[in-house]
Ligand binder design. Structure first.
Ligand SMILES: Nc1ncnc2c1ncn2[C@@H]1O[C@H](COP(=O)(O)OP(=O)(O)OP(=O)(O)O)[C@@H](O)[C@H]1O
Ligand SMILES: [Mg+2]
Length: 382
């Protein structure tokens, strides 16, 4: 700024305070660096009543300062023009020493040369402050003018305020970007893992299929076929997991819909219907829930309609208490007399079902017929 009479000077300082505090809010909220640097140069030029302002980013590989934002400069300067970062350039001096630099008479300077960009624009005065943060020295904020006048200590304080806010914002934006990359990487690895697990399980299922063909004993064949079906059920859930938009959450309706689509392939003439409410649950419940439904649907296919065909339903709905109920039912012959899933010690299926219900933190309820109906009543937090 030029030396001004006391009331005007006071008015200018007050205006600078307002600009600085306004910029503080913008710096805290900013989500992208370049628009913020541009805004800083505009507000800084305004506060200094100067013709030019620029933000310079240090390019260590070339030891240059690149004009990355600015006001007052000719076309093609921003994003292209550079200034030497050596000690003989005012901006280079501020960068290398960390000290603010004022030059009110560039043409008479013995300490510095006038960088070409500034000479081309007829700049006579310059003031430079360092933009730095815990990552190091980012660059320099510079205000220039072609007119007579004096930049002073109070101007340094004003500009350093901008530079400090920029330094912190740059640090925050960088760490946010790093965090985003780390999260994307974690997401990718989790997907990759689920994909690989699915492929490995498909190999295991293939081996069991080979073993089925290698035996004449009907019991062994059935046991191996059951084992294969269970391995395939887990593989199918993993195949769904790695495709999820958010790998940590599943949508119950999408999940059960896709699972039933797959189970329908082995349902023969039975009609497998899925009616599930759209509701999210943690993805780590997907495997037990998938297996649970698989066991009960497989049972219904095997036992509900001997020699015939009928409907098998999979439902999921929220209860009034906020919990989720998942039900598998049919209109078939019904469960054997005195059937109690917790006491069906001889068969593996029901033991698996009761264990899964426990894992899912749900109560397993066998609803009286006609037909068979199993309900899993899960707690509200699921
Ligand atoms: N939907 C159903 N309708 C009629 N009976 C059923 C139904 N579901 C199960 N059952 C009866 O309950 C019994 C126990 O089922 P469970 O799943 O434990 O054993 P499984 O299917 O025979 O053998 P696995 O261990 O291979 O599952 C079945 O053998 C069958 O008699
Ligand atoms: Mg069974």
């Amino acid at each position: 700024m030029t030396e001004t009479a006391a009331p005007e000077a006071l008015e200018l300082r007050l205006r600078q305070q307002v600009l600085l505090s306004e910029f503080g809010v913008e710096a805290l909220r900013a989500s992208a660096l370049m628009p913020l640097l541009q805004r800083a140069t505009e507000m800084c030029a305004e506060g200094m009543q100067a013709q030019f302002c620029k933000a310079l980013e240090y390019q260590p590989s070339q030891d240059l300062l690149l004009v990355c934002a600015g006001v007052g400069w000719g076309p093609d300067c921003v994003g292209r023009a550079t200034i030497g970062a050596d000690l003989a350039s005012p901006a280079g001096f501020a960068l290398k020493t960390g000290r603010p630099v004022i030059s009110n008479h560039l043409e008479n300077e013995t300490r510095f040369r006038t960088p070409t960009l500034m000479a081309e624009h007829g700049v006579r005065r310059a003031i430079n402050v360092l933009i730095s943060n815990r990552d190091g020295h980012y660059g320099v904020l510079e205000v220039d003018d072609t007119r007579e006048g004096v930049f002073g200590e109070a101007d340094i304080a004003f500009m350093q305020g901008f530079a400090n806010l920029l330094g912190s914002a740059i640090e925050r934006l960088r760490s946010e970007a790093q965090l985003r990359i780390a999260l994307e990487r974690q997401d990718l690895l989790t997907r990759e893992m689920s994909h690989r697990i699915k492929n490995s399980l498909a190999v295991v299922a293939g081996l069991l299929a080979l073993q089925v063909r290698g035996t004449d004993n009907a019991d062994v064949r059935n046991a191996l076929a059951d084992a294969r079906a269970r391995v395939e059920a887990v593989a199918q859930v993993h195949d769904q997991l790695w495709r999820l938009p958010d790998i940590t959450r599943i949508d119950v309706a999408d999940f059960l819909g896709a699972l039933c689509g797959k189970l329908a392939e082995s349902a023969g003439a039975h009609a497998l219907r899925c009616r599930a409410e759209a509701r999210e649950m943690p993805a780590d419940l997907a495997i037990p829930l998938g297996l649970f439904v698989n066991e009960l649907v497989t049972n219904a296919i095997k036992y509900a309609y001997p020699g015939g065909q009928g409907e098998i339903r999979v439902e999921a709905f929220s209860r009034d208490d906020g919990g989720l109920t998942v039900a598998v039912s049919d209109d078939g012959v019904g469960l054997p007399e005195g059937f109690d899933p917790t006491k069906a010690r001889t068969s593996l299926g029901m033991r698996v079902v009761t264990n899964l219900a426990r894992q899912l933190d749900g109560a397993l309820v066998v609803v009286p017929g006609p037909g068979a109906r199993f309900e899993l009543r899960m707690a509200a937090q699921a």
